[in-house]
Design a protein around this ligand. Structure first.
Ligand code: 6MZ
Length: 362
């Protein structure tokens, strides 16, 4: 596991509110319990529970949102989540979150996102590089220490980019509001749009106008695709040709063919798929088939807090389940840099980071 932790890694499918430390969630729950807003003893049990079905996971998110949706907490969790990924040598993180309105505390989608950006700028134990490359003089590679900087001896540095999520519960107008906000926040590191939320809710047609608009104006698109059986939606999503998709579980033969010929990269979330019972066991996970077909793949955590995992752990699972060797795992981690939504300058930096780390493989 040690070499997997010290290897540089790229994470592109991490939901902010799914990546919160248990300790922070419990602390927030305790505080709300003391104020009488929630019953702490009930919440504690839910937070610490490990195996949840997909439906239970979305119930948990409703609870997490009660605990986290105020500006100060949003800033805090953003900072902590970035620190946690950086601590296991994630050198590029695409963090996604759903901008939220909470009228009772004067929160708008914009002020929610401003709180996220405040978390990126917060005084942190790691150096966070989040503005577009051309505007940022301190690229990671230029500030890399000459001898291996990924073994915990130096201050960690991490590129962070943001994706704004459209929740499947939202209307076309609300989805459009999120896209407008993303466009306005490009100078603050927003690079794309994600469609997520309970896959049993909502209709693809609702989100298409906002997704098309986003794409026409140069935002990158990733879609949660095939998390539950829904053939017409999977087909429509593949025809939309997003830049990446997440999960890709309930696909028919023809969908696999279409996916493979389109070369749309897939964000693979092994632990998440097993924990939500979406895939019955790792040995039948579609990772193996896609990997053998040399399809573009990125191993991701999805919700490292909710599923008690880490990027290193996802690579470890790939090693033990699919028999990948050190060199293959390293190449898999390195190739992820090709599928990020940030600009070419960042990609170039990441290639250099991986090239310089290869000597540590042993
Ligand atoms: C679909 C998911 C998800 O946006 O509040 N989310 N959507 N499938 C999943 N697989 C298990 N995991 C998380 O983070 C939490 C939100 O991300 C989406 C859900 O909409 C969830 O409410 P943010 O930061």
């Amino acid at each position: 596991m040690e070499w997997l932790v010290s290897m540089p890694k790229v994470e592109v499918h991490a939901h902010l509110n799914g990546s919160i430390r248990d300790s922070t969630l419990l602390e927030l729950a305790k505080a709300l319990g003391e104020k009488g807003v929630i019953d702490f003893s009930e919440v504690e049990h839910v937070v610490l529970k490990n195996d949840r079905s997909l439906a239970e996971v979305f119930k948990l998110f409703d609870l997490i949102h009660i605990l986290t949706t105020d500006h100060m907490t949003v800033t805090r969790i953003t900072k902590e989540v970035i620190e946690d990924f950086a601590s296991e040598n994630v050198v590029y993180l695409e963090l996604r979150t759903t901008p939220k309105r909470n009228d009772s505390i004067g929160m708008t989608k914009r002020s929610y996102m401003e709180a996220v950006v405040k978390g990126l700028k917060a005084d942190s134990s790691v150096d966070v590089v989040f503005t577009p490359y051309a505007e940022d003089a301190r690229s990671l590679v230029n500030s890399l220490p000459t001898n291996d900087g990924y073994n915990g001896k130096t201050r960690k540095k991490i590129y962070v980019r943001l994706l704004l999520s459209i929740d499947r519960r939202e209307t076309t107008a609300a989805a459009m509001e999120t896209v407008m906000l993303a466009l306005e926040m490009r100078h603050l590191g927003v690079v794309g749009i994600d469609l997520s939320g309970n896959p049993l809710v909502g209709e693809w047609a609702t989100y298409v106008p906002a997704l098309k608009f986003a794409r026409d104006l140069g935002l990158h698109i990733t879609l949660h695709c095939g998390e539950v059986p829904n053939r017409p939606e999977v087909q429509a999503m593949l025809d939309f040709l997003p830049q990446r998709i997440g999960h890709a579980i309930f696909f028919e033969e023809e969908d696999w063919r279409k996916l493979k010929s389109s070369k749309i990269p897939v964000e693979i979330c092994l632990t998440s798929n097993i924990r939500t019972l979406s895939v019955p066991s790792l040995d039948v996970h579609h990772f193996a088939d896609l990997y053998n077909a040399k399809h573009p793949l990125v191993l991701c955590t999805d919700d490292s807090g909710v599923f008690s995992t880490s990027v290193s752990n996802e690579y470890k699972i790939a090693t033990s389940t699919f028999g990948l060797g050190k060199r293959e795992i390293f190449e898999l981690a390195k190739s992820a840099a090709e599928f990020i939504f940030a600009d070419d300058g960042v990609k170039e930096d990441l290639r250099k980071i991986f090239d310089s780390a290869v000597k540590n493989l042993g």
